[in-house]
Design a protein around this ligand. Structure first.
Ligand code: GLV
Ligand code: GLV
Length: 329
């Protein structure tokens, strides 16, 4: 019997994919550090039984229509807004993501970005490296306190809760907004649910962790930034399009809010000349929320495991489209 054909859209370490190579014919887009061109991907899906994708690939109707054998898409991310899940589901294709294994790592990065933005860590480190430090002075690079302030978490999934847990160590008051109330998290952490407007009005740190959906697109807009405190620090570690970037830029320039820490952008990679990136009160990172070596390897292994399970007619570990059945194809 011929082995199933698996296409992986980015070079991954051998150890992570070794088990999959034993059960499948694995092809990897092999150009170091370059995303797979769309035309290559469209060609590859014609023969693929499984795809291992990055969040930068658009898995849309066009792609799925050209994929007659495809049984599973394993996305190397917890987010799956790059995939037309409804359409994949209609076609009987399993869609898998990588939740849980990245929760603490992403919460760590979220808190690192919050602290860096509040205490101007990046600016201060650059200041020393550029030889600009000539004398100690009382208000040199003075930032904002984090401890005992109010943090408002928008999107209280597992990562939101892990961020809240870290905030308790800083003795912060914790507000959150989520589509549905997370009473279990309230009990575990001691955080309080509030309507979106109340969260953004009352918080010193507004942390966006909500997935990108039709409802959350442009959620942080001119009106929301106006409602925030002038001293507010805005942190986004979810997806760029949840924020109206022009409105954020204007809010930062006009002093409607104090600073922003951004791990994600509407268009990635973001250009160094992007207005937001040029602001001194913005800390910009290249979408590295889950990027520790341990976690990225765990994510790769989970993707490979999910593919292997589906290809051997078993239930994958972390399925997005829960209605996907085992009887299809
Ligand atoms: C990264 O952004 C992810 O969704 O895992
Ligand atoms: C998913 O978005 C999560 O917060 O775990």
């Amino acid at each position: 019997m011929t082995k199933p054909y698996v296409f992986i859209t980015r070079k991954l370490p051998k150890e992570a994919i070794q088990p999959l190579m034993e059960v499948a014919e694995v092809h990897i887009w092999n150009e170091e550090d370059k995303a797979v061109p769309r035309e290559v991907l469209l060609e590859e899906v014609k023969k693929a039984d499984a795809l291992l994708t990055m969040l930068s690939e658009k898995v849309d109707k066009e792609l799925l229509d050209g994929a007659p054998k495809l049984k599973v898409i394993a996305n190397l991310a917890v987010g799956f807004d790059n995939i037309d899940v409804d359409y994949a589901n209609q076609m009987g294709i399993a869609v898998c993501n990588t939740p849980d294994v990245l929760t603490d790592t992403t919460a760590d990065l979220t808190f690192a970005l919050l602290l860096a933005t509040a205490r101007r860590v990046v600016e201060a480190a650059e200041y020393v490296k550029k030889g600009e430090w000539k004398s100690w002075s009382p208000l040199l690079l003075a930032g904002h306190d984090v401890h005992h302030k109010t943090i408002g978490i928008v999107g209280m999934g597992k990562i939101g809760e892990a961020v809240a847990k870290r905030a308790t160590g800083f003795e912060m008051d914790i507000l959150y907004h989520n589509r549905s109330r997370n009473v279990a998290a309230e009990e575990r952490i001691g955080c309080s649910y509030a309507p979106f407007n109340e969260v953004i009005e009352k918080s010193d740190f507004i942390v966006c962790l909500t997935p990108l959906t039709e409802e959350t697109k442009g959620l942080f807009n001119q009106e929301s930034f106006k409602k925030m405190k002038k001293s507010a620090v805005f942190i986004n570690v979810s997806r760029g399009p949840v924020v109206d970037e022009e409105a954020l830029y204007q809010a930062l320039v006009d002093g409607e809010i104090a600073a922003a820490g951004l791990d994600v952008f509407v268009k990635e990679p973001v250009e160094a000349s992007h207005p937001l990136v040029t602001l001194p009160n913005v800390v910009a990172l290249p979408h590295i929320g889950s990027s520790s070596t341990e976690t990225r390897v765990a994510m790769m292994e989970l993707c490979c495991k999910n593919i292997e399970l589906v290809l051997t007619h078993k239930q994958p570990k972390t399925l997005v489209n829960k209605e996907w059945g085992l009887s299809v194809k």
